[in-house]
Structure formats: structure tokens, C-alpha cells
Design a protein around this ligand. Structure first.
Ligand SMILES: Nc1ccn([C@@H]2O[C@H](COP(=O)(O)OP(=O)(O)OP(=O)(O)O)[C@@H](O)[C@H]2O)c(=O)n1
Ligand SMILES: C[C@](O)(CO)[C@H](O)COP(=O)(O)O
Length: 233
């Protein structure tokens, strides 16, 4: 549980190569309205008064970050990313722990989600005050969800009332999250978001309703959608 005195970090995994985007640059460096996707994602935290510092995990071969204006921002610290998203996040958490931040809280947010609104950040901070096990943004499914067999036939329909689609930011105590990721990686679990590592330790993070605008830019057609949402923000 956090309180009004808790120090809050943001951690942006930005070390991916964007293979599904099939662009010449890693997708976080593609521009929308004169700013890279990464800068749009970062701005929500750099401008937020409750976020003290922002850690950005970069690909060791990154050639683009140093050209951005934001690279010299006093609130930002960079670390080397890892081979997977979970390892990039873990590297960032270790850097925070080196600053004595194990008891601080951290909001992990995909570099590839540029359309986050500050109201959602506020809602997560609020949820962290009531939750022992952290909180994530997510949206209830609006589609009927099928569980598939290996041969792409339907096994069964899941109860939609219980299906939520996870977004980021995901908000946890730094030490609790780092321990959970280390344990999950050791067990060979597929850690595709922070909550999955926490859940695997038997904890139950809260679900906070996000917005459908907070898309993850993943494939080429997502660029158009993100630019529409950003134009309205
Ligand atoms: N080794 C990795 C892989 C991914 N990410 C980051 O995790 C976020 C979500 O990952 P995803 O959307 O899958 O990005 P990519 O891995 O770049 O895309 P793809 O899977 O299409 O290659 C992105 O901000 C990405 O930069 C990371 O920091 N380190
Ligand atoms: C963390 C995440 O954005 C939650 O939906 C998602 O799991 C990342 O998945 P990716 O395949 O690494 O983009």
C-alpha cells in the first residue's frame, strides 16, 4: 500500500525492435505529429507532479535515443534493456533499487502506448493507496472470447464478465515486483506483463478501468489510430 509520502518512479521499457511493425526504425522512434511515440509516452510522466524520476530501458544497440531533445531531461535516467520485455523491466527495477528505492512504487508503461491520459495515471495512484498487491490499467472485453484448440478450432467460450484486457501502466512496489520477476524468470514462466509475475506469487493486483484509446502500437495500422487519438488529447 502506498501513501501520500510514497516516492513514485516511472519505468519505460523501450528496448524492443518492433518486429511486427515492419518499419525501418524501432516503432518507438516513429513520429506522430512531430514527436516520436516514445516522447509521447514519456511526456505523461515527465509532466506529472507525482512522478519523481523516469527510468528508460534502451536497446544496447540503440542509435536514436541520444538524438532526442528529451535525452537530457533531468528527470530521466537510462539503463540497458534485456533480451525480453521482462528482463528490460528487471534491469530498470535494479537501477531503482540501487537508489534505495525498494520501498518506492513504480509505474511500468510500454514505450509503445503513446495515448495514455493523465487521469488514468491519477486513478492508478489512487488504487495503489488501497491495494497491498498493486494495480494495473485494463479494459473489460467488449467481444465474446473463445478458447482455441491447437488446430484453430474453438474449445469453448469464456465468461466475458471475467475477461479484462491488460494495459499499462502497471503499478507496484519496486521490491515486490523485482522479487516476483526474478522468481518468475527462474521458473521459466511467460512474463508478458508485470501483473503476471505478481499473480504467479499468489497475489491479486487490482484492475483499474482504463480507456480504449490507450492502445499498444503494434502493427502498421495502429499508427493511424494513435495519431487520431493523440490529435484529440
Ligand atoms: N526486449 C525488449 C522487448 C520489448 N521491450 C519493450 O516492451 C514494450 C512492449 O513490447 P512490444 O510492443 O512487443 O514491442 P517490441 O518487442 O518492440 O515489438 P515486437 O514484439 O513486434 O518485436 C515496448 O515498449 C518495447 O520497446 C523492451 O523494453 N525490451
Ligand atoms: C504489457 C502489455 O502491454 C499488456 O497488455 C503486453 O503484455 C505486452 O505484450 P508484447 O507482446 O510484449 O507487446
Amino acid at each position: 500500500m502506498n501513501d501520500n509520502k510514497t516516492k513514485i518512479w516511472a519505468l519505460i521499457p523501450a528496448a524492443g525492435i518492433g518486429s511486427r511493425m515492419k518499419a525501418e526504425l524501432p516503432k518507438q522512434y516513429l513520429e506522430i505529429d512531430g514527436k516520436t511515440i516514445l516522447e509521447h509516452s514519456l511526456s505523461k510522466f515527465l509532466d506529472h507532479p507525482s512522478i519523481e524520476k523516469v527510468v528508460v530501458a534502451l536497446n544496447p544497440e540503440d542509435k536514436h535515443w541520444s538524438k532526442l531533445k528529451v535525452a537530457n531531461h533531468p528527470k530521466i535516467k537510462t539503463v540497458e534493456g534485456g533480451a525480453t520485455r521482462a528482463e528490460s523491466v528487471l534491469n530498470g527495477l535494479k537501477a531503482i533499487q540501487q537508489h534505495d528505492g525498494a520501498n518506492d512504487w513504480v509505474m511500468v508503461h510500454d514505450a509503445a502506448r503513446p495515448c495514455l491520459d493523465s487521469g488514468s495515471v491519477d486513478a492508478l495512484i489512487q488504487a495503489g493507496k488501497d491495494s497491498e498487491h498493486g494495480a494495473i490499467l485494463a479494459i473489460p472485453s467488449v467481444d465474446t472470447v473463445k478458447l482455441a484448440n491447437a488446430n484453430q478450432t474453438i474449445d469453448k467460450t469464456l465468461n466475458r464478465e471475467q475477461i479484462w484486457l491488460a494495459q499499462t501502466p502497471q503499478y507496484f512496489q519496486v521490491g515486490q515486483l523485482a522479487d516476483a520477476i526474478v522468481a518468475g524468470l527462474k521458473q521459466g514462466l511467460p512474463i508478458t506483463d508485470e501483473a503476471s509475475a505478481i499473480e504467479a506469487q499468489g497475489m491479486h493486483p487490482a484492475l483499474v478501468i482504463g480507456t480504449r484509446k490507450n492502445i499498444k502500437v503494434t502493427e502498421p495500422e495502429d499508427m493511424m489510430l494513435a495519431s487520431v487519438w493523440l490529435a484529440g488529447m
